[in-house]
Ligand binder design. Structure first.
Ligand code: NDP
Length: 445
């Protein structure tokens, strides 16, 4: 029995027309899995891949809500419950105008393998809405979250499905979503993660994705006898993931040259300082304005409409959104001297860009490994909730470090080659194997 990659992808495309992001995410997995499947035909006999690409359940619902001026708005809500093979569905909620089924299926599919890599008991899911939080008042955000949860509450629960944040869903939104869930269920449970520290949240959850990215990067450097000190680093994005990636990198002595948002990039030649980062956090988390406002302040240069990728540096950490690095950006990164890329956002590099990195000897680590720290600490939040206790900040940070090192070790186990470490292959095989073995063990359900 041989795996026919081409026929598999053709069938997937026919069945899921117009779901480009989802197809891209599956292709990225399948491209590095063929040899493994051919040497382990049990996974082919059990049609594991065919079963995995079909979500266990997809819920799509209407979200009506009212503007402050009494105008009625209607958005679409989604929850893709992709896989409960190794634990309750787990994955964030995204509120962004671009959200559609394809984007949530790509994110949910990736989440299955990312969660598997953490070694923790968490399945894969993702949800959200095409709601655009920008320019909305606090009261409008609250009414939207309440309407969204008034439907979603039927399908989630501490042992069924535990959503968290993602783009457009931070501490404020999790608060409103949790409040509404509790009101409807009359039950205080760990149904969402990313909760406030006073009401069931875990220390380090806010920082976890960003800190985890840097802990993983440190391993990538360490196995090459290198360190982060004085490395020039490009970061994109200025949201949750980018902020804490930058914070940890700066604290460990790296020179973070850039951050960005959907309208442009801020650049500081001598490196962003912790005081500068506080300005950025305040602007993005409280004032909720774009980075152009920082032009000229604290030696920041604002590059309107530009991505960070053409600036000379050693390391690039894309932390904004999917497909933010296209082939031309990949070429810019190489020309600018970048030797190492670790994906902080989910699927930030197009397949053509990934191929370019690999062909040009640029060390490349994919999102499902690099950014798994966020969901890992979410799983620790779930454990703390179910045990009714709280770990200290130091305990959580230590566990996060251990998990990121263990993911890197698993990748070496499955991805070591004569040329070095194939991070894509290592992450995909290690993530897949645990889920696939669980699927076979649990029978045809
Ligand atoms: P936030 O909403 O906090 O920040 C998103 C950032 O990305 C903002 O700077 C935003 O700019 C920018 N951005 C969004 N869309 C685009 C776009 N189309 N082009 C350029 N920039 C854009 O989200 P997070 O930081 O939480 O998430 C960032 C990425 O990390 C996503 O891919 C997410 O899936 C992934 N991730 C998040 C985790 C988490 O724990 N939060 C865990 C693992 C992965 P602007 O302010 O202008 O909108």
């Amino acid at each position: 029995m041989q795996f026919n990659e081409k026929a598999f992808m053709e069938a997937l495309k026919l069945k899921n027309p117009n779901e480009n992001e989802f197809i891209q995410a599956v292709e990225e997995l399948v491209l590095s899995l063929s040899d493994f499947l051919n040497t382990n035909p049990i996974y082919l006999e059990h049609k594991v891949l065919e079963r995995l690409v079909e979500p266990e359940r997809t819920i799509i619902f209407r979200v009506p809500w009212m503007r402050d001026n009494s105008e009625i708005e209607v958005n679409r809500g989604f929850r893709v419950q992709f896989s409960s093979l190794i634990g309750p569905y787990k994955g964030g909620l995204r509120f962004h105008q671009s959200v559609n089924l394809s984007i949530l299926k790509f994110l949910g599919f990736e989440q299955i393998f990312k969660n598997s890599l953490t070694g923790l008991p968490i399945g894969g899911g993702k949800g959200g809405s095409d709601f655009d939080p920008k320019g909305k008042s606090d009261a409008e955000i609250m009414r939207f979250c309440q309407s969204f949860m008034s439907e979603l509450f039927r399908y989630i629960g501490a042992e069924t499905d535990v959503p968290a944040g993602d783009i457009g869903v931070g501490a404020r939104e999790i608060g409103y979503l949790f409040g509404q869930y509790k009101k409807l269920q009359n039950n205080f449970s760990g149904v969402l993660t990313g909760k406030g520290l006073d009401w069931g949240g875990s220390d380090i959850r806010t920082e976890a994705t960003g800190y985890g990215i840097i802990y993983f990067l440190l391993e990538m450097l360490k196995v090459r006898g290198d360190s982060l000190a004085d490395k020039k680093v490009l970061i994109s994005g200025s949201g949750n993931v980018a902020q804490y990636t930058a914070e940890k990198a700066i604290n460990l002595g790296a020179k973070v040259l850039t951050m960005s948002d959907s309208l442009g990039t801020i650049y500081k030649a001598e490196g962003i300082k912790i005081e500068d980062l506080e300005l950025i956090k305040n602007l993005k988390n409280k004032i909720r304005a774009d980075l152009s406002q920082l032009d000229g302040q604290n030696s920041f240069q604002y590059l309107a409409g530009k991505k960070p990728w053409s600036i000379q540096a050693d390391i690039a950490l894309p932390c904004a959104t999917q497909n933010e690095i296209i082939l031309d950006d990949a070429k810019d990164l190489k020309n600018g001297g970048v030797k190492m890329i670790a994906e902080g956002a989910n699927m930030p590099s197009e397949l053509g860009a990934v191929k370019f990195f690999v062909d040009n000897g640029i060390i490349f680590a994919p999102a499902k490994a690099v950014n798994a720290g966020g969901v890992a600490v979410s799983a620790l939040e779930m454990s703390q909730n179910s045990m009714g206790l709280r770990f200290s900040r130091e305990q959580v940070d230590e566990k996060l470090k251990t998990i990121m090192v263990s993911i890197h070790n698993k990748i070496i186990e499955y991805g070591k080659t004569d040329q070095g470490i194939d991070y894509i292959k290592g992450a995909n095989i290690a993530g897949f194997k645990r889920v696939a073995d669980s699927m076979i063990a649990q029978g045809l359900v």
